[in-house]
Design a protein around this ligand. Sequence first.
Ligand SMILES: [Mn+2]
Length: 246
Amino acid sequence: MRAAITSDLHLGGLDDPVQARFADWVDGLDVDELVLLGDVFDAWWGYAGVVQARYLTALAALVRFRRRGGRVVHVAGNHDFHQGRALSEVLGVRTVADRHLVAVGRRRLLCAHGDGWGANARYRLARAVLRSRAFAGAMVLLGPGRAERFLDALSRRSRGEPGDVEALRTAQVAAARAALRRTGADAAVAGHLHAARLHRVPEGAVVQLGDWSAGPSWVEADETGIALWGPSPAGPRRVDAWTWRD
Ligand SMILES: [Mn+2]
């Protein structure tokens, strides 16, 4: 069993070069399970029976991956948390709201988008409002066309608040370590920060995924360990690796 985990592509329209890059990357993947760990789509809202046309290139690549026998899991991010049933029922993507455990042999990887790990009270409140039934009801009234413009505006606003990356990094790692102690998983993987790093911690390993602004960024896991891949001018390179410990 081999798995690839990626996040934070923040895909835009069909002319977004990252979308073609993602499709090529998926077509070249040789793994059993692909975990999309949130913020794959910059502004996604899953209406019943509807997928957004502007993500066709990426969605078609996922369909091809499934046809080759691969499993796709989408874990909600803060830009694509309302996944909707079309993603699961039509495209066959397993959708997970919060966290997903990847089983690789006898090892367990705890995967979450990571915006809930180490978040402050203000962020937690905003997150709860956006994920409420009332907000979902308002989105139904808005309808897909107007919702897309509204979500784009919301997404632009959230990009205007960068915050202190190193403070967020520390808080996220601390929360991931607590989650590892609670669950007994061997490693944790999170996105959201857009700043890749592999941390060796007493509980095992915590990996923070990068974004795709400079090229593909992902984690690969198998029975020997996990490897963090990132972009370089000459193409993807292995940034760091971790071997499972007993
Ligand atoms: Mn995010």
